[in-house]
Design a protein around this ligand. Structure first.
Ligand SMILES: O=C(O)[C@@H](CO)OP(=O)(O)O
Length: 262
């Protein structure tokens, strides 16, 4: 018999992975300074964390077709180190300032503990983790105004921030995700996003459908791959951090504690 009727298989929902990674420890994470759009590099430990992230992804059998990152070198260098360890430096990488860290306004450069000693831990937690309260803004004529920086020279000045709340960050991260990244995922491309504590919190809030209260307690550890399982239409089904869960828990607590007066 030449033709055998194929057995009909039950149609299974195709699951897709989306991997997020926060940059490794930066020089200003190490110095415990508010960073935002300040373009500081990774610390030595941060480079190791990024490399370990890549080693872990490779060990767990992950592969990607396209990567996204911000305009800030701590995220770009993290992605480069991950891709180096995976022998995937040839992958296409798309950069956008829409994935930048939340703009921390006039707090940028200040030490988080000293700021807590001066203004109180409660105020610092509001600045760090409230949903819609902006830190004090930069002056227009401040050198740190993105409108005066080369990286943003192609942008309409009116869309560039002088400070941002998480809500403001969501207003740029999520449209970028929905309009640029999600269509690639839906086409079946395996996506890796290397970004920042608060631009990833914006994405996590959206993917997990968290409330304004729930997102307050979410802290993203540096250099640890976060794997989302998505349904074939892009809805998040679950997520997990790769690696030693106790270490990851300790890293999240350390991020939360950065605002302590000590
Ligand atoms: O300083 C920053 O830009 C961010 C990330 O490092 O800090 P925080 O965790 O305080 O929001």
């Amino acid at each position: 018999m030449l033709y055998k009727k194929p057995k009909v298989k039950r149609q299974e929902k195709v699951m897709k992975n989306l991997v997020l990674i926060r940059h490794g420890e930066s020089e200003w994470n190490l110095a415990n300074r508010f960073t935002g759009w300040t373009d500081v590099d990774l610390s030595e430990k941060g480079v190791k964390e990024a490399k370990n992230g890549g080693i872990q992804l490779k060990k767990d059998g992950f592969d990607f077709d396209i990567c996204y990152t911000s305009y800030l070198k701590r995220a770009i260098h993290t992605l480069n180190n991950v891709l180096f360890e995976m022998d995937r430096e040839w992958l296409p990488v798309v950069k956008s300032w829409k994935l930048n860290e939340r703009h921390y306004g006039a707090l940028q450069g200040l030490n988080k503990s000293e700021t807590s000693q001066k203004y109180g831990e409660d105020q610092v937690k509001i600045w760090r983790r409230s949903f819609d309260i902006q830190p004090p803004a930069l002056e227009e004529n401040d050198d740190r105004n993105p409108a005066l920086q080369e990286q943003y020279r192609g942008e309409d000045r009116s869309v560039l921030p002088l400070t941002e709340s998480l809500k403001d960050t969501i207003a740029r991260v999520i449209p970028y995700y929905e309009n640029v990244i999600l269509p690639e995922i839906l086409k079946g491309r395996r996506v890796l996003i290397a970004a920042h504590g608060n631009s990833l919190r914006a994405l996590i809030m959206y993917l997990d459908g968290l409330s304004e209260k729930e997102i307050i307690e979410v802290n993203v550890p540096t250099g640890i791959p976060l794997v989302y399982t998505l349904t074939d239409d892009g809805k998040a089904q679950g997520k997990r951090y790769l690696g030693n869960q106790e270490e990851i828990e300790a890293k999240m607590k350390a991020v939360a504690a950065q605002g302590k007066a000590k």
